[in-house]
Ligand binder design. Sequence first.
Ligand SMILES: [Zn+2]
Length: 78
Amino acid sequence: MSNVEEHAREQKAGMKCPQCGAFIETSIFELLTTNALVCPACHLRLSIDRMKSKPAFDALRKVQNAKRNLEQKSKFNG
Ligand SMILES: [Zn+2]
């Protein structure tokens, strides 16, 4: 019974649309790379408040940067 663990590993995130109540599913990666989410049901645009979860974003950005550095290095070496 590790449904919760697997869910956490997928790093899925999301929020309820304040206008129509539909669940807007997104991912941590999307939260990092986009400035706004769009509700799939009513197309309401929600801007993301990065300051509220800044520690989490900082940690994840470091991971993203490390990945990008690795990719660039392998490109230059190749
Ligand atoms: Zn909506």
